[in-house]
Design a binder for this molecule. Structure first.
Ligand SMILES: Nc1ncnc2c1ncn2[C@@H]1O[C@H](COP(=O)(O)OP(=O)(O)O)[C@@H](O)[C@H]1O
Ligand SMILES: [Mg+2]
Length: 252
């Protein structure tokens, strides 16, 4: 049965999509069967694997029972992806007010989970209905963070949301897998960067992961080249760092 991991941060631009894609393809390189789920209306993950966000159907149709989840899954370069589309944004209320509401993703994933070793969910930059659906469907949540001003904004709220989901038994087995720093070389040596890393370690202890992802242009370029970093630039720091991070995730 697949392990379900969510990549969550209410801030945009912290490498949620880059991390979902790179961890997913690192797992594929290790021989694992992977399903990526794009829950962001911006559909960056969907676009990055070469699928148009203008497809007739997308993951929101599966959440609203307009279709089966298998109707919105495509195989791309060795991984499956349940793709997103722009209609996710206008359907937030409909999903929230549907009978299964925040538990719907967990319910539809159950139908395909046994086919995979890992399901990885890319979340939108908010704590709205799609992110809550992801958290209820997940075994573990991973938080990418950039060590820059205001990095902590929203983090307390996010940790509180995880606690509520566990305590209210919406998903009692949900665990914080870890927090990792991304796009890191730029800020790692600044006083502010070091302070933010220290603050994270003080608050979260060993939940701060050992691997940080360095700033690496290959990670930026591969997203627009419709390739993963392991095929685009296998010897890059981006490929090395995400492989190491993925090993840490598997072994934790
Ligand atoms: N380690 C990195 N080095 C260089 N660029 C990065 C790195 N991680 C992410 N990026 C770039 O930063 C931008 C934001 O990343 P993205 O994954 O889209 O963030 P999010 O999904 O959290 O909004 C993208 O342009 C991406 O290519
Ligand atoms: Mg994104």
């Amino acid at each position: 049965m697949a392990k379900v991991l969510s990549i969550v941060n209410a801030k945009g631009g912290v490498a949620k999509t880059t991390s979902t894609q790179s961890i997913g393809f690192a797992l594929k390189e290790m021989g694992k069967k992977v399903l990526l789920v794009d829950l962001d209306a911006q559909a960056n993950l969907t676009t990055s694997v070469g699928i148009s966000p203008k497809e007739d159907l997308n993951i929101s149709d599966a959440l609203l029972d307009n279709c089966k989840i298998t109707d919105v899954i495509k195989w791309v370069n060795g991984v499956d992806i349940a793709y997103s589309g722009h209609s996710l944004i206008s359907r937030e209320n409909a999903v929230a007010h549907s009978v299964a509401g925040a538990a719907k993703l967990r319910s539809i994933l159950k139908k395909v989970k046994e086919k995979y070793d890992f399901v990885i969910i890319d979340c939108p930059p908010s704590l709205g209905i799609y992110t809550v659906n992801a958290l209820i469907a997940s075994d573990k949540v991973y938080i990418p963070m950039v060590a820059e001003p205001f990095a902590w904004n929203g983090l307390d709220k996010m940790l509180e949301t995880i606690d509520i989901i566990v305590e209210e038994e919406l998903n009692p087995k949900l665990e914080l897998g870890g927090l990792f720093f991304t796009n890191h070389s730029k800020n790692a040596q600044t006083i502010l960067g070091k302070t933010i890393v220290q603050e994270a370690q003080q608050q979260l202890g060993d939940k701060v992961m050992k691997t940080s992802i360095r700033t690496n242009v290959a990670l930026h370029e591969c997203l627009v080249m419709n390739q993963d970093v392991f095929s685009y630039a296998p010897d890059s720091n981006g490929a090395k760092d995400y492989k190491e991070l993925t090993e840490e995730i598997i072994n934790s």
